[in-house]
Design a protein around this ligand. Structure first.
Ligand code: SF4
Length: 425
């Protein structure tokens, strides 16, 4: 991950972890369609122990699949156990040493009679209120951590976290420091507010602890359900890492994106924006659907950005009054005939006037001409014209065969386990 490797695609299974056989099936299913790192939740020690059996059965039935264990609340023992069985342990700094939100306000109130009048109001405070909320700001100042308190909490984090660092070192495992906007610790919320800065500081604190204990096999995620926050947090993370000489891979995702078309657009907006800036080394598109649906979206994002190529790139005009054929139907026919030819760019353009110029650098062009005819292009060169429309697809396939660009489609694409990945220029 990172260091010039292709952007890695990952997802997370939804089966209950103690249901080992169901987990094994879902992990294999995800890997078959191209998921390169599969996350499994380990909410307690029992699930972390179950990872041993899951790992063994996946390997026995199918082969090696990289696995991540997802650790959240009070995670020391869970993460130490999981590190024996998986390739990566994910910890959430907001929950790893968990203090219930409101406990800080209760503590302050109980130790100071002058603030007792706030006793009923403070525990209800949600520091995730907007930064412009004066009441939230006032209470944050009221509850600000002193240097000693801050160091005590940090020491408690370190004491809980070091065994995990040592376990990852011992077993040669990676770790994701996975910060979520919705689960920042109370200390971070009181100090930085509900902000990208709070997310970044939350991650940096754990990264510094890892480095202090000689461990750097790390990557970071800063996820939010709101795209602008997720984008801002990741940009700020890169800036802050640059300032202190860190360069850890970033895992991108818009969390709780929902389902359907809007979830895909939302995920793409966040992930693609950052990838185009050169930020991001691995991605997960989180959908409230079967996770198997996440993988094609990841690949489409990467293909659209020119980062990985997993299928034919079709360039097709939207059609207009000049179009010489029913473009949606012809595009469908061309796609059905050629969609297994990973690596090619094929253009379907409605007219000879603008089509050849606008199909850019496609490898092959299928262009409508006057009189119900088709003209075929190889790059910008006309290869054959005057082809009757009904023979257009057939002639395109013949051209591909003549050029050695054709291969027969697999008999059953559903049995294909290895996606073809081509580097892109
Ligand atoms: Fe219209 Fe021709 Fe442009 Fe297609 S390529 S949108 S048919 S002008």
């Amino acid at each position: 991950m990172g260091a010039g490797h292709p952007v890695l695609v990952q997802s997370m299974i939804t089966e209950e972890t103690r249901n080992v056989d169901a987990c094994v099936e879902q992990i294999i299913g995800l890997h078959r369609v191209g998921c390169e790192l599969v996350r499994v939740t380990t909410p307690s020690l029992g699930e972390a122990e179950a990872m041993a059996e899951i790992r063994a059965k996946v390997t026995e039935r199918y082969g090696y699949v990289p696995l991540t264990a997802d650790v959240h609340h009070q995670g020391t023992d869970i993460a130490v156990e999981a590190a024996k069985h998986v390739d990566e342990v994910r910890v959430n700094p907001g929950l790893f040493v968990f203090k219930r939100h409101g406990s800080r306000s209760e503590q302050v109130v109980s130790g100071d009679d002058t603030k007792r009048s706030q006793a009923t109001a403070l525990p209800k405070v949600d520091f995730r209120g907007s930064g412009g909320d004066q009441e939230v700001e006032r209470l944050r100042q009221e509850l600000a951590y002193g240097e000693r308190e801050w160091q005590e909490e940090l020491q408690a984090v370190e004491d809980s976290f070091v065994p995990v660092i040592e376990a990852c070192k011992k077993h040669g495992r990676a770790m994701r420091v996975g910060v979520n906007h919705g689960s920042l610790s109370e200390r971070m919320l009181v100090t930085y507010g509900d902000t990208p800065e709070g997310m970044v500081q939350s991650a940096l604190e754990y990264l510094r602890l890892c480095e202090k204990h000689g461990y750097t096999n790390l990557n970071i995620s800063l996820k939010a359900s709101r795209v602008p926050i997720m984008v801002a947090a990741n940009r700020l993370m890169v800036q802050r890492m640059d300032e202190v000489g860190m360069a850890y891979p970033l895992h991108l995702g818009v969390t709780e994106a929902g389902d359907g078309e809007y979830a895909r657009i939302k995920s793409t907006a966040g992930i693609a924006t950052l990838l185009m800036e050169g930020i991001g080394d691995t991605i997960r598109v989180s959908l409230s659907e079967d996770p198997i649906h996440e993988i094609p979206v990841c690949y489409d994002i990467l293909q659209a950005l020119g980062l990985r190529k997993t299928k034919v790139e079709y360039i097709a005009c939207p059609s207009c009054g000049r179009t010489k054929f029913n473009l949606p139907i012809v595009l469908h026919q061309v796609r059905e005939a050629t969609k297994h030819l990973v690596g090619l760019d094929i253009a379907v353009m409605g007219c000879i006037v603008n089509g050849p110029g606008e199909m850019a650098d496609a490898d092959y062009g299928y262009v409508g001409a006057a009189g119900g005819k088709i003209t075929l292009y190889r790059k910008h060169t006309v290869v054959k014209n005057g082809i009757p429309q009904e023979r257009g697809v057939e002639e395109l396939v013949a051209l591909l065969k003549a050029d050695g660009a054709w291969q027969d489609p697999p008999e059953d694409a559903s049995t294909k386990t290895d996606r073809v990945m081509l580097p892109m220029a």
